[in-house]
Design a protein around this ligand. Structure first.
Ligand SMILES: [Zn+2]
Length: 301
């Protein structure tokens, strides 16, 4: 179980004002926007309704929430198993384009340990997907390991690769602050299509023909691949439990991440759910044994 902070499930220690959270089963969104008011959508691979530019979850009846990946990455990256995320907008706020603000908010309230043993999705055999020049796979591993590579035809990005054993510390240090990026030449096309209207230099690393447009530059020299890894952590949170396995991707994105999870769940021999050892139950069993002995003694006297 290396890489995970404990054997028991966690939730947030109290509500966070910008999201509204509470004890619940798994990670779920509660919509409080217009006609979808009160609709709950599980952060589950089966709820994915869109993978263009961002990951969208829907209930199949028109209710949806978009851009879930950075928030889910923060929750999964910090080891939060259960949270209800109340949201009054059709889209999770982009904040600064990274998971940084969500991490800060979660850290402000901290986590609470629950009685339930932590559940993991254990990958039992390799499953792989090829899709339009992209490659992705999940393979067995005792922990959650990411190996992400990107390859863009511009010297400003080029080929970048990151390998990381994911735990709350490495997530915070290596991935959480990496921002979304986009190419200036694509922006007008997206705007014309009514997409990415909220994109700005406040929340996107903008790549021009020969330079990074943002005056502050990059947060990491390889911020791009780190952001792809961050997206993968968020998208793979849709497995419904922390993954014990290695995720590899080459030239991937939200679509590939979704396809890899689909391929995993399509093969019942490729995965299983396991629980962390129930240390606490052992203690309870000992205690109840002693209590029973004490009661027995009391009845006899
Ligand atoms: Zn992203």
């Amino acid at each position: 179980m290396k890489g995970f902070i404990g054997a028991r499930q966690t939730t947030l220690a109290s509500e966070i004002s910008l999201t509204g959270t509470g004890v619940h089963s798994g990670l779920r969104f509660l919509l409080s926007n217009g006609h979808a008011d009160g609709t709950e959508i599980a952060a589950d691979q089966r709820s994915v309704t869109g993978v263009t530019l961002c990951t969208v979850l829907g209930d199949g009846n028109g209710a949806s929430v978009a851009t879930v990946e950075h928030l889910l990455a923060a929750l999964r990256g910090l080891g939060v198993d259960n949270a209800l995320i109340e949201i009054d907008s059709p889209e999770v706020p982009i904040m600064d384009g990274s998971a940084s603000r969500f991490v800060e908010a979660i850290d402000e309230v901290g986590l609470a340990e629950l009685d339930a043993p932590r559940r993991f999705l254990k990958v039992l055999k390799r499953v792989s997907v090829e899709d339009a020049g992209a490659y992705g796979e999940l393979a067995p591993h005792n922990g959650f390991h990411l190996d992400v590579e990107i390859d863009f035809d511009t010297p400003l990005i080029g080929t970048q690769r990151i390998e990381i054993d994911l735990n709350p510390g490495s997530f915070r240090r290596e991935l959480a602050r990496a921002r979304t990026f986009g190419f200036m030449k694509d922006v007008e096309r997206l705007w014309a299509a009514g997409l990415a209207l909220g994109a700005s230099l406040e929340n996107t690393v903008a790549i021009g023909d020969d330079r990074i447009i943002n005056r502050e530059g990059l947060r990491f020299s390889d911020e791009f691949v780190r952001h792809k890894a961050l997206d993968a952590v968020g998208d793979l949170a849709l497995a419904g439990a922390p993954i014990l396995g290695t995720f590899r991707s080459h030239r991937g994105g939200h679509r590939l991440n979704a396809l890899v999870l689909q391929a995993l769940f399509a093969d019942a021999d490729a995965w299983t759910m396991i629980e962390a050892p129930r240390y606490r139950e052992v203690r309870h069993a000992e205690l109840s044994h002693r209590l029973a002995a004490a009661n027995f003694a009391a009845e006899r006297s």
